[in-house]
Design a protein around this ligand. Structure first.
Ligand code: ADP
Ligand code: MG
Length: 243
């Protein structure tokens, strides 16, 4: 499999806190990697680091073979190849769903409005929101807002998507509608890194489960093996609490 995202020897500190410890991770094109681990283990930092929203102390990050530079235009270009979906949907409140999805393609990519709108409508259809294109975020449920956020990320035609606990802020009845959209993206071959505690999703959609603790990758295995026979005491302890 062609490696799309590669981290080699990545370390990061916040002051005295060694938050990412010698991270080595390869995500192949079309692969779905679920990242799990206790709160504070560095999962969000890992996501932000992949997208260089955080600087790193040492190590290299490459995207499709190109090293991510620390700053500049080249970083902006490569960063836009990796879409992010956060726990809080961060939609613009005074813009409709459609306008939210069109914004970056028009502003950042310089697409024509008509073209961006047609694509945005298509993407809203893909996440099951064709009928809600003209609604404002406040008129949508949390699950619907998160699906708009996914459509917005897709509108930039990213090579990969990172999800940081995309369902953690949702009421239980809305979680499945978001997970179903993510399942479909996975089936369509999207490369995805997903931080989630949704073990059903991990089992059914992930090619690999990465378990983090104290800033380290402790296990990196196929889901079936990880869930049935975790090797490390940390993973066994974690699983016993959440399953
Ligand atoms: P997770 O997503 O697994 O819960 P995080 O990546 O958010 O973990 O955080 C890892 C560690 O880094 C935690 O101890 C957290 O308190 C700390 N941390 C995260 N962001 C910052 C920051 N901006 N400044 C200082 N410490 C931070
Ligand atoms: Mg987090």
């Amino acid at each position: 499999m062609e490696p799309l995202i590669e981290l080699r020897g990545v370390n990061k500190h916040y002051g005295d806190l060694h938050v990412l410890r010698d991270i080595n991770l390869t995500v192949g094109r079309g692969e779905v990697v679920v990242v799990i681990g206790p709160s504070g283990s560095g999962k969000s930092t890992l996501c932000r680091t992949i997208n260089r929203l955080e600087t790193v102390g040492s190590g290299t990050i490459t995207l499709a073979g190109e090293p991510l530079p620390a700053e500049g235009r080249e970083l902006a270009r490569l960063r836009s190849e990796v879409g992010m979906v956060f726990q809080s949907f961060n939609l613009f409140a005074h813009k409709t769903a459609l306008a939210n999805v069109m914004l970056a393609p028009v502003k950042v990519r310089g697409r024509k409005k008509e073209e961006a709108e047609a694509r945005a409508r298509e993407l809203l259809g893909r996440v099951g929101l064709a009928e809600h294109a003209d609604k404002y975020p406040a008129q949508l449920s949390g699950g619907q807002q998160q699906r708009v956020a996914i459509a917005r990320a897709l509108a930039m035609d990213p090579q990969a998507l990172l999800f940081d606990e995309p369902t953690s802020a949702l009421d239980p009845e809305m979680i499945s509608e978001v997970l179903e959209v993510m399942q479909q993206l996975a089936r369509d071959g999207m490369t995805m890194v997903v931080v989630t505690h949704e073990m059903g999703f991990a089992r059914s959609a992930a090619n690999r489960v990465v378990f983090m603790a104290d800033g380290q990758i402790v296990e990196d295995r196929v889901p079936e093996e990880f869930f049935t026979a975790p090797r490390s005491a940390r993973a066994q302890d974690f699983l016993s609490k959440i399953l």
